[in-house]
Design a protein around this ligand. Structure first.
Ligand code: SF4
Ligand code: SF4
Length: 185
């Protein structure tokens, strides 16, 4: 099954972004990234029983502390993947044909996946003055479901492994999961 998954465009993304939230996370990420990644790899190999329920219980606390409008790091450093339905919906909203939309904003990824992605970063639809999305109501499915925190860990563990580098909410969830799991274990 093809899964939506934003792709990083900038490497060391938290190190280069300058938002308030990223500035707060940068030192923690530098210090804890290897440990956290090893933890996620371990979980992928041997997930503890009830891991999805544990994650669900942690998510509200994460969103209480992490505010996307103080961040927008995903829109600044990654590209969403655009499904055909996304391209139809957004181009209609913008009053363009799908082909004109693709020509103006997107390029097709090289390699096996051949997903359609943004041609430039930050995303052309991000309003940098307030971190709001100019096509919010019709944004790609990948954006509306990002960072995929509430989905089955077995399906998205590899995505969290990537995104601890880019997304403070993912970083926070995985850190809290590590704390809880090691306390229980
Ligand atoms: S479409 Fe909107 S939500 Fe998606 S990356 Fe661009 S600015 Fe961000
Ligand atoms: S989803 Fe993650 S990277 Fe994107 S704005 Fe929210 S906290 Fe930042």
């Amino acid at each position: 099954m093809r899964r939506n998954n934003r792709r990083p465009i900038s490497s060391h993304a938290m190190a280069t972004s300058n938002s308030t939230l990223i500035r707060r996370y940068r030192p923690r990420l530098r210090k804890n990234r290897p440990l956290l990644r090893r933890f996620i790899t371990r979980l992928q190999k041997t997930p503890p029983r009830g891991i999805d329920a544990t994650i669900s219980a942690l998510i509200p606390g994460v969103w209480k502390d992490v505010k996307c409008l103080s961040c927008a790091n995903c829109c600044k450093t990654m590209s969403p993947t655009y499904l055909p339905a996304d391209m139809r919906r957004i181009s209609k909203y913008l009053g363009m044909t799908v082909n004109a939309f693709k020509d103006k904003y997107l390029e097709q990824e090289r390699g096996a996946a051949r997903d359609w992605m943004n041609r430039s970063t930050p995303c052309q639809f991000l309003r940098l003055s307030d971190n709001k999305c100019r096509i919010y109501s019709v944004r790609p499915l990948d954006c509306s479901t990002f960072p995929h925190l509430g989905v089955r860990f077995a399906d998205y563990g590899h995505v969290h492994h990537q995104n601890v580098e880019y997304c403070p909410a993912t970083y926070e969830l995985m850190s809290r999961l590590k704390e809880v799991t090691e306390t229980i274990g």
